[in-house]
Design a protein around this ligand. Structure first.
Ligand SMILES: [Zn+2]
Ligand SMILES: [Zn+2]
Length: 418
């Protein structure tokens, strides 16, 4: 983990680095508010107002501007840098939309007018950020295509120049020259002071003021106090102020590279600071490389360990599984043999019983069939015959079955002698 205090030998230079990081953190805290507002404005123009499809590529910015437009057209020998060749001449929008969009953009600018130089009207229909860029400073923002690409100065300009932000802050953005600076103006001044330093130093008092201004801005009660990205940034600013902000070596390296690029652009570069940054970046890079090497070795070692462990466990499991399989197999065979024997015994027993019973019944049937039935008919009203029959050695059945009557003699009561 990198430490800010390790970069520079002087505390005021460390303060400058902290200011630089504080600005970056503050920018991240504004992203939700700014992106939402840019998107809403784009939607309100193209969806609500015109409620019709605009071709994705329509008029160029030059087509929509009259010539000469102050701060845009540079005319030399009757040739305009903006409006020549002929394809860039001023003309009405063929679908009667782009010029209305341009009017909306101009109406929502608080001050002198939009920065037409850094926007491309051909991207307005498809890129809300291209419209937001009309409220940025005039120079240096033509290639910024998103919030992430844009620096804090550009973002603060959008907040200061775009009128609908009036509804998003508790303080008045439009001020008289005699009024004390609002929080947005103060934030822009911090950015200018940190970026355009010639010595790369910030005093403790100034640093403390920067933290106060940026924290107050991100805690503004109207919108940002309820915005999670703004409140995350407030926590980070607090940590940075108290030296508890955690930054990885790689993040530090990236931050320093950006700081270095800014320093190289400013008019009076602080060579000494740049040298110190360069040295620290080299130290960080070596640190990252050595850490990468160590990590790689550890990963390879762990991988080999895991591989060996897996092989060992696999062999062990296989042995256990084989042993268990053999045990189960023996157990199954044993059980199968026992069942088979019991089953065979049972079959023999059943067969024997069946044979015995079959012989017995066969014998009884034979006996019964030999005692042929004597059937005598008796007069239903002759009790003597009935009594005679009863006294005999036979079992008497008094039959009334219709089938029996039909077979032998109808309308007679009979006695069956067995
Ligand atoms: Zn022109
Ligand atoms: Zn057009």
């Amino acid at each position: 983990m990198a430490k800010l205090a390790d970069v520079f030998s002087e505390k005021e230079r460390t303060n400058w680095l902290k200011s630089w990081l504080a600005i970056d953190i503050a920018k991240s805290g504004l992203q939700h508010l700014v992106k939402t507002e840019a998107q809403n404005f784009h939607s309100s123009i193209y969806t609500s107002i015109f409620s019709m499809q605009t071709p994705l590529v329509c008029c160029s910015t030059a087509n929509l501007l009259t010539c000469p437009t102050p701060k845009v057209c540079k005319i030399w020998r009757k040739t305009c840098s903006m409006h020549d060749p002929a394809s860039n001449y001023t003309r009405p929008c063929p679908v009667n939309i782009c010029d209305k969009v341009m009017g909306q953009i101009a109406n929502n600018h608080r001050y002198r007018g939009p920065s037409w130089k850094c926007t491309s009207a051909q991207r307005w229909a498809s890129h809300p950020w291209e419209i937001a860029k009309c409220y940025f400073p005039e120079d240096g923002y033509d290639k910024q295509m998103s919030f992430e690409d844009t620096d804090f100065n550009g973002i603060i300009s959008f907040l200061l120049n775009f009128k609908p932000f009036d509804q998003r802050f508790s303080f008045s953005i439009k001020q008289k020259p005699t009024d004390p600076a609002c929080l947005l103006t103060k934030a822009r001044d911090i950015c200018k002071a940190v970026r355009h330093t010639s010595v790369c130093k910030v005093t403790d008092i100034d640093l403390n003021d920067y933290f106060t201004t940026l924290t107050d801005l991100l805690g503004d009660p109207t919108s940002l106090a309820h915005d999670s990205s703004a409140q995350d940034a407030v926590i980070k600013l607090q940590q940075l102020k108290q030296d508890t902000f955690k930054i990885t070596t790689a993040e530090m390296c990236n931050g320093l590279k950006e700081a270095q690029q800014i320093l190289q652009k400013v008019e009076h570069t602080a060579e000494e600071a740049i040298d110190e940054i360069k040295k620290y970046i080299l130290t960080c890079t070596d640190d990252i490389k050595s850490q990468t090497g160590i990590c790689k070795e550890e990963i390879l070692y762990s991988r080999d360990q895991c591989k060996t462990e897996i092989v060992t466990q696999t062999v062990s499991c296989k042995k256990i599984l084989d042993s268990h399989t053999t045990t189960c197999k023996n157990e199954i065979e044993k059980k199968t043999n026992t069942c088979k024997n019991e089953f065979d015994d049972h079959i023999i027993k059943c067969k024997s019983e069946f044979d015995n019973n079959a012989a017995k019944y066969k014998e009884e049937l034979k006996e019964a069939s030999e005692n042929v039935l004597h059937f005598i008919t008796v007069d239903e009203y002759n009790p003597c015959n009935y009594e005679l029959a009863r006294e005999g050695k036979y079992i008497i059945l008094f039959y009334t079955f219709r089938w029996f009557l039909e077979k032998y003699e109808r309308n007679k009561t009979g006695i069956l002698l067995i």
